[in-house]
Write a protein that binds this ligand. Sequence first.
Ligand SMILES: Nc1ncnc2c1ncn2[C@@H]1O[C@H](COP(=O)(O)OP(=O)(O)OP(=O)(O)O)[C@@H](O)[C@H]1O
Ligand SMILES: [Mg+2]
Length: 349
Amino acid sequence: MTKKMNERSLIANASAFAQAYIPSIFVARQPEITRLRSYLAPLVRKQPIKNIWIHGPSGAGKTCVAKFLLNELEEQHQIKGVYVNCWETETFFSILDKVVRDFRILGAERLSTVYKMERLENYLQSKPLLIVLDELDKPSPKERDSIIYNLCGIPSVTLICICNSRYFYYILDSRVRSRLDAVLLEFKPYALEDVQEILRQRAELGLKPEAAKQAVLRKVARLANGDARIAIQTLRHAASYADVYAGDRIQADHVKSGHSIARNAKKKYVLGKLSDHHQLIYGIIQDFGEVRSGELWKEYLLRCKQAGMPSAAPRTFSLYIKKLEEVDLVTSARALGIKGNVRVFRVRR
Ligand SMILES: Nc1ncnc2c1ncn2[C@@H]1O[C@H](COP(=O)(O)OP(=O)(O)OP(=O)(O)O)[C@@H](O)[C@H]1O
Ligand SMILES: [Mg+2]
């Protein structure tokens, strides 16, 4: 029965839609890849290079290009590399731990940072180590400074920092920024035609032939607004919808439903990585539809009490809201017709 159903599915190869999938052909990113290869080339000759700071919006290919180049350097030139997602590993100590564990330099002993650094330097013996620090906008500014400052202090380590904005580079502590001294590289959002081509290739890999017509791919691309991840996930969910209705190809209304699932899944993913306080504040804004700063604070205190959670101080509360805005879950504007700095918050649709 299951086999029969799978045979009928429009999705021929689910792994082509997996988050971890790294394309072998990059649409519209050859100039960036060429530039990155030329920045990284001296490493092969064991010459020092500058650190790199990649920035650009969500779904612009930053992570997959960095992972692709990390693999290439490792396979073709035996250059060691480590990929760190700073959302999951968000302090210098946990990153150092990860590096040491990845290379099996030490056992599970709880050892001092200084000792771990010494062992790492001994292990590297001045051979280059490339560390990709992805999602670097997620740790607090203080933690970000500490991660970069300390990693830059390890001889033979080069950093590729990835972030949504160059703003985070400029707000680094000035000593940290001058120690990092990175070259900046922007990944601009994809044009409509680029997203369409990414979808065409992904459909070829992951869907049955003829499952998605050109017009459907164009509709998916238009809805994705330059974000390749949203585009690919929309296509995948649209195909699942078509399966539910036993369609032999994806139709326009499947795309609409697929898009809303892809967007909600992204919101959930982003929210799921934030603290209980962020989630509580987001819930209030969602329930109110539109809420002013004062009201939001009062409701926050009330809900914390109801949930038996200690409430944060006003300053930390403001940081929570700022974070929700930074990750694009919430928008704010000055409240019209009211004196003073009153803001109105809304959930981003
Ligand atoms: N040029 C491309 N060609 C083919 N597929 C791509 C391309 N760029 C991105 N993708 C695909 O789009 C998805 C999102 O890409 P990626 O995760 O690299 O985005 P990102 O810039 O890191 O986004 P975020 O800031 O949200 O982390 C991935 O599944 C990737 O396979
Ligand atoms: Mg990424």
